[in-house]
Design a protein around this ligand. Sequence first.
Ligand SMILES: Cc1cc2nc3c(=O)[nH]c(=O)nc-3n(C[C@H](O)[C@H](O)[C@H](O)COP(=O)(O)O)c2cc1C
Length: 325
Amino acid sequence: MIKTAFTKLIGVEHPIALAGMGGGTSPELVAAVTNAGGLGILGVSSDSPEDLTRHVADTRARTDGPFGLNLLLHFATDDELRAVLDAKPAILSTAWAGDHQNLTEIFNLAHERGVKVMHMVPSAADAEKAAAAGADVIVAQGTDGGGHIGLMGTAVVVPMVTRAVAPVPVLAAGGIADGRGLAAMLALGAAGVLVGTRFLATVESPIHNAFKKLIVDSDGSDTLVTDLADIFLGNEWPGALARIGRNRLVERWLGRTNELRRRRDELMPLMQEARKNGDVEETILYWGQSAGLIHEIVPAGQVVADMVHEAESLLRNRLPSLVVD
Ligand SMILES: Cc1cc2nc3c(=O)[nH]c(=O)nc-3n(C[C@H](O)[C@H](O)[C@H](O)COP(=O)(O)O)c2cc1C
């Protein structure tokens, strides 16, 4: 067993959290991670109030353990935030606040309802602000990760953030897919890891099988960091680019963003249809460099168990054996 400030604070067995990846998560996946002793987090940013109620009930029907709900803050209205808190998750997971939003007020709302807060940041400066606002856990996310990311590499941002916010527990995110990553992040000062891409390629993941296979086949070098996805979707993101797969659609539109903006209404439905049909060349797909470490689609519980087992073995055997007197 690996016990950290995070496992103690949240009451989970293992220091591993599923990233709340919007449509990349589902009640089935969240429950699988929680039931394996990790912390499942359901991404609810695009849920209607009815979806939220249904998804939370579905998750509770599958697990008695703790799970979190994730909101991309700049998209969230006050009513949406309150609805998420009223669902009483073990933890509110947040990221990417807009300039108009006050983290202290948001975190206080959660704390008043007995809900803990985990906030994701791409830099030490943002981590200090989140800690000052009262976050119970900070996620230090490196640029290796999938989806929207900052510019710092995980191996640099994690020790910078842990130093900046100590003693607040920090989870490391971005590029972690196995026990080697977990052990390395613990060595850098993290109290655990938050994992996205690895859980996309699991049996319980809700994404199309063709996309799971793409991640397994990827060597991790076929992604790029760009604002193309947000231009496509018409999103204004507060100061972040996104790591997406480099496919035919992306190659076709790189450098042609003005035309893309003009033709968005015509192109978006085609892109969404391609996603539904599993046409991995003609839709926008978010995933991270850790795809290079993912070689098979396995149950999410096995991902958790294998990560813990491998990290324990590294910490117990390999690393101590390197130190000689
Ligand atoms: C498909 C996908 C969707 C994501 N959506 C969200 C989201 O809605 N909210 C959020 O806080 N982070 C989101 N992220 C980022 C993750 O929280 C996390 O930082 C990232 O996946 C970690 O890197 P990894 O993919 O290398 O494990 C997303 C990531 C991916 C791959």
